[in-house]
Design a protein. Structure first.
Length: 234
């Protein structure tokens, strides 16, 4: 569903755009060198492009091209992700990523990038372009949004973000329905102070995620299936 540019700006508070752009510009002296180091590591670890682009669904159902650092081998089979997502959407199981089970598709350093959220650093470009915010629901995949129930589509009433209420309230320990409830709660109640609180709480949430990643099973070998050329993410 494509929205007009006028519709695209409805209900997005001005303070949110000001906060996003200000913080992104202020952190450029740190994020740019960090991004260059990550790009170099990916180049050394795996042949192929450094960046990975994927269509995601954002504000009001508008689709956009989302950027990430590539963390999977080129041509990795992603069919297992759909099955995993179907299971999560239709059960009360915790939202555990496939990485947590020793995903052999992930390149060296890839698990660290994913656990720390550094693979999403290029999405600061999406923030500057107005397609995302620093805080908001994670942008979902088109085939995921196609399966949303009517009440779940309310999560599209705000810009998607790099972090959000779901991430700081348990993330992998919550169910799909709980994630939806947190996303909708944020879409209804977003304020400047809530955004700042979520940003602060994101730091310890990432540290916990990094500690938990050390106990995950390790891949035996980098098995690559040549089927599809994009990498999914929850």
């Amino acid at each position: 569903m494509v929205q007009s540019e006028q519709d695209y700006s409805i209900d997005i508070p001005r303070w949110k755009r000001v906060l996003d752009v200000t913080l992104v510009l202020l952190t450029l002296p740190v994020t740019v060198p960090l991004a260059l180091v990550i790009a170099l590591l990916i180049r050394m670890a795996s042949p192929g492009p450094v960046l990975f682009r994927q269509q995601r669904v954002g504000y009001l159902g508008r689709r956009f091209m989302c950027f990430k650092f590539r963390t999977m081998h080129i041509g990795a089979d992603t069919s297992t992700h759909r099955g995993h997502l179907d299971h999560l959407m239709n059960s009360d199981a915790p939202m555990v990523k496939l990485d947590d089970r020793g995903d052999t598709r992930i390149i060296p350093f890839g698990l660290l990038l994913r656990s720390s959220g550094l693979d999403e650093l290029p999405q600061l470009v999406n923030v500057l372009r107005g397609e995302m915010s620093l805080v908001g629901p994670r942008p979902c995949l088109p085939y995921e949004s196609d399966r949303y129930l009517p009440w779940q589509r309310e999560r599209f009433n705000t810009l998607p973000g790099l972090t959000g209420l779901w991430q700081v309230r348990g993330k992998n320990k919550t169910t799909f329905t709980q994630m939806m409830e947190y996303d909708i709660e944020y879409a209804r109640a977003k304020t400047l102070w809530l955004d700042l609180w979520i940003m602060v709480k994101t730091i310890p949430a990432i540290l916990v995620q990094l500690l938990e990643s050390k106990t995950r099973p390790k891949p035996i070998s980098p098995v690559v299936h040549r089927k599809q050329s994009y990498e999914p993410g929850l």
